[in-house]
Design a protein around this ligand. Sequence first.
Ligand SMILES: Nc1ncnc2c1ncn2[C@@H]1O[C@H](COP(=O)(O)OP(=O)(O)OP(=O)(O)O)[C@@H](O)[C@H]1O
Length: 262
Amino acid sequence: MSMAAPAKEPIISVRDLVVGFGDRLVMNGLSLDVYPGEVLGFVGGSGQGKSVLTRAILGLVPKRAGSIRVFGQDRDSLAPAARRALEQRWGVLFQNGALFSGLTVKQNIQMPMRESRELSPRLMDELAMLKIELVGLKPDAADKFPSELSGGMVKRAALARALALDPELVFLDEPTSGLDPIGAAEFDQLIGTLQETLGLTVFMVTHDLDSLYAICDRVAALAEGRVIAAGTLDDLLKSDHPWLQAYFHGVRGSRLVASSAG
Ligand SMILES: Nc1ncnc2c1ncn2[C@@H]1O[C@H](COP(=O)(O)OP(=O)(O)OP(=O)(O)O)[C@@H](O)[C@H]1O
């Protein structure tokens, strides 16, 4: 990542994006680039639109103006088959995991495989077990239902599902929320290891300052519908931008409160 890099083409490139609901504009001229092989942390106050941006990039929320290119392609201009092919190049870990509660871990992981590949049941079983091992779950987690798992195991199972089709790009929406500090640190470490070994590009929405420190190469901050700053965490922490100062003090403060309570 820090090798003297010839300017790389971004994997995600958002320009002048406008997204709104009714008369409320959530994104108002937002631009952002995410480069191959980086872990980009995306921060912003509650309700500012971090999930909405993620969903807009995934094509789940319509845009009013601007452009979104992923792997150099504009999803909206693609025919359905090309769109599906594009969507198979990314994996998503939604907030709180969003596993299907009526399916076992193995069946959840196999869901994307079923939708997109013609694989024998036996091969799908082998692949699911590989993903389960990859995210650090024990083999016996395969036949458990989400309700039988701890919070940390749910996140790991959801990550295994996000990796089901060997994506190059992974979206993580608040992956460590709801985990205790040790569980969160372990999950960060897992994401970091997978990013390195699989060469993933990671777009991660987070409030977790430890995650930002531990695994993010760059951080982008969202306020008032735009990216107001992007750079290393140190750059952002040093910035005298009033919003950034308030945000990081707030995050720090709430973390101190949380750790003194626990
Ligand atoms: N489908 C929708 N219809 C109407 N408004 C929506 C819809 N989805 C999101 N919003 C609004 O868009 C704004 C941004 O929501 P979003 O969930 O992206 O915030 P966030 O930054 O991810 O917040 P948090 O950190 O609390 O998860 C909120 O005001 C929300 O109410």
